[in-house]
Design a binder for this molecule. Sequence first.
Ligand code: FAD
Ligand code: MLT
Ligand code: ZN
Length: 475
Amino acid sequence: LTPERYPVRRLPFSVVSEDDLAALEHIVPGRVITDPEELEAPNVDWLRMVRGSSKVLLRPRTTQEVAHILRYCHERNLAVNPQGGNTGMVGGSTPVFDEIIVSTALMNQVLSFHDVSGVLVCQAGCVLEALSQYVEERGFVMPLDLGAKGSCHIGGNVATNAGGLRFLRYGSLRGTVLGLEVVLANGTVLNCLTSLRKDNTGYDLKQLFIGSEGTLGVITAVSILCPPKPSAVNVAFLGCPGFAEVLQTFRTCRAMLGEILSAFEFMDAECMKLVRLHLGLSCPVQESPFYVLVETAGSGPGHDAEKLDRFLEQVLDSGLVTDGTLGSDERRIKMLWALRERITEALSCDGYVYKYDLSLPLDRLYDLVGDLRARLGPSAKRVVGYGHLGDGNLHLNVTAETFSASLLGTLEPYVYEWTAGQRGSVSAEHGLGFRKKDVLGYSKPPEALQLMRQLKALLDPKGILNPYKTLPTHI
Ligand code: FAD
Ligand code: MLT
Ligand code: ZN
């Protein structure tokens, strides 16, 4: 964590003492990690942009252990950093200074699954991919999917309100999460782990914790609604001559595929170059300025294939799409999805990455990419655009050989002002964490920021939970 890049001062929390270590050892025997080598990875984020200096990591197995830990830390004024799979994109998952890392890695038990309703109740540390496998064996799917599925935890997903690749079909976790169990900063267990579809008994408290990035409580268990597993899945990977055609393809897609459309993702030609160069993937269609991945998921293979064929005929005949390829078996579907899902990985091989995750009106979604290419000229190595087009979510990434303060100065606040000018969001799905917390004001009015501050003070009066994250430094 370079102080000139991230000017931040340690708040007056206590420093972990030998007595604290002994007390914590009592709470989670054999699961207090102080070995510097083991602490290396959890102190650094996935993007390798931020590094903390925590000297202690705890691995609770149960809600009661989390409650004891927080009660103790609250009393002793020790700061805590909840951590799931450490795949977050905004530096929220790693400590800033010496916060105690509370990892959910051992909280990985499925608590129940109902094979009629599809309601899954599990501990917060279950890995998303393991849950997918569990529910798929029972004829259901998880309502969310993301490139980080092999590492991210469901608790981390809920804490960040992750969007991902199935958002278009199954919507936000704000709809599919039915209940949560959360441990508050002072160790109180808030059991709102219900599995009801409808429940209007006052304020919906679980919503406070969805997307709160570990600043209001530690999520210990999740109840989530899983949809039935579609028996027919197809993927079409298409090349488009321009962004206007990408938008028209989306419009046609929604009109012609209707209820079977399950994903509409896009990437530009620079992204294709990246996955080819750094990951050795090959482009399955003619080279094009833009590529679109359309997924259908339904219950009738014949019906879906027929609809998809008619759609493809239409977009090819009208020139909206210049070339395309289809996948309907698992291997080919995975191969086509990899082109889109692995862009993040390819970017991280390209140099220093300036990462933006914006919600924008569809008509203007790609304008900023071209605008920035002109604005940055050769000072950037690459400016790329991809994302969840069906959700109005652009991932705008700029790479350079190394970090440059002057390039950052050209990018910010320009990108945020441009986004605010469109009434967009400066964080569509990644959250604010440590790196984006001071740009919140571009997307929310001062009254909203003030209310957020009041809620934080109410739930965590000593501010021990994920300090330095999510809330702006100054309000
Ligand atoms: P972590 O990274 O460990 O933590 C993230 C935040 O949540 C931190 O602030 C942490 O303190 C807090 N937290 C974690 N667990 C808990 C808990 N139990 N209780 C309270 N707070 C907690 N994100 C998307 O939205 N859409 C995508 O499509 C997407 N694709 C990705 C692809 C790749 C290759 C990668 C590396 C990341 C991607 N992400 C995506 C970002 C990231 O995977 C998600 O934000 C994910 O939900 C984080 O889960 P995690 O378990 O890794 O959480
Ligand atoms: C994605 O959609 O690939 C993820 O959100 C990660 C990223 O933005 O790179
Ligand atoms: Zn994304």
